[in-house]
Design a binder for this molecule. Sequence first.
Ligand SMILES: Nc1ncnc2c1ncn2[C@@H]1O[C@H](COP(=O)(O)OP(=O)(O)OP(=O)(O)O)[C@@H](O)[C@H]1O
Ligand SMILES: [Mg+2]
Length: 467
Amino acid sequence: MTQHTSYHPGTSYHPVVGIDLGTTSCTMSVWNGREPVVVPGPLRSVVAQNDAGQIVVGREPERDAQPVIAGVKRELGSDERVRLRGRQYRPPEICAFLLIELKRRAEAFLGGPVHDAVITVSGSAGEPQRRAIREAAGLAQLNVRRLLDDPVAAAVALGPDDRERTYAIYDLGGGTFETAIVRINAEGVAVLGGAGDPRLGGDDFDERIVGYALRQIRERHHVDLSRDDHVRARIRREAERRKRELSTAEQAVLELPSLTATVSAGVPLSRRGFEAMIEPEVTKSLGHLTAALANARAEHGIGRDGVDQVVLSGCSTRVPAVRDRLCGYFGLGAGDIRTDLDPGHLNAIGAGLIAREFEPAVAFEGSRPGLLGANLRLRAEMADPSPAAPSTSAAGPPDLLPGVPAETPADFRPVADATHLLLVRDGARPALRAAYLSFVAAIQAAAPDARLAELGDLLTAEFARLR
Ligand SMILES: Nc1ncnc2c1ncn2[C@@H]1O[C@H](COP(=O)(O)OP(=O)(O)OP(=O)(O)O)[C@@H](O)[C@H]1O
Ligand SMILES: [Mg+2]
């Protein structure tokens, strides 16, 4: 999962890219035949217009006077209009500019056309936002194969695991906060609870610093610059830069020369001072985490102590105080806060892994990821040492259950046959039954052969009848 691994053309004639569409930056990943590769980037989520009237994507304008739109993700689904010079745009139109640029970059990277994408969306996004992203993709001539919730994308990036583990995904980006309690095993990802805040992120941290700097300037220079938009924008840029510095350094100085004709300022800021400023935001995020856990507890009986590890996604999780607070919250050691995965890449990698499932070449390669996953799930269920409930109504004489399709790939046959018997004996075990049904569904999905699909239908129907 490196940024430097090159793409190997020929593994797929139809690449589907995974796009993490962020409030402040967008990252892409694509399957290279061996592993997900992060497309060089990221692309900053800003759309500006230069003096010649051209739309410029991904770069702050050269001069303060040039119009710029940032953070459009937060406006998707709203009736907001945003203005660049002389024209008003709806949020999906601005978002489309980002997607057009992403598509262009992906094509340059892959050396061929890109038509399809899996795009991340806030877990808390409603139908209007999701529609707006689809509309934006349509304008950018991208076919959305799936919209993937941010925290699910992060979880998928961890990959399936033979040992079942429960994770808290904590995704703190620039503009939105998302959290989910997920369970990952060989079969994949299950979301046990989730919560989020569409307006909580690193942008708010920057605003805290801006407020602080403005107060310092007022005290020292006896001038209130808080209503000057250009001054604010300049301080915000410097604040964002120094904030990042404070993730590794203990001290930083906001350098603000020639803010106005008479005011130049240098505002020192310590890591401790910064962490105290953002305490309310961090506490708020933990409140959402508590809500997600309440969900997981109510529906799945998972509590705070049931969480094995915390997975950090989103670049605002680079703030050391965030990690420390999470350790304290869960009573976990620093080793259980996953830092081995780049928080800036995680969601894109997850989207890229899901995107891979839509690449038709996969079916021709014979690797059949759907079947493989279903097979793994069946194996896990069959290996489950917990005693099965005595078979009751669901069990029928073996000859009432249809056989496994003859065209079932050879390596799946033993599992299928064994499960078939197990079902007859232990039909009351719901998890096993569910695993068997998805196995059958996967056979249907993987098979281009109509007869096999028909058999799959028959199996499903028969089995549903026995339930
Ligand atoms: N080293 C760092 N230390 C602290 N904050 C950082 C660091 N690097 C980046 N950030 C902050 O992380 C935020 C961007 O994170 P990210 O790119 O994950 O967000 P996003 O995916 O664009 O937004 P969202 O997920 O909210 O839609 C910005 O606020 C940025 O200032
Ligand atoms: Mg993000």
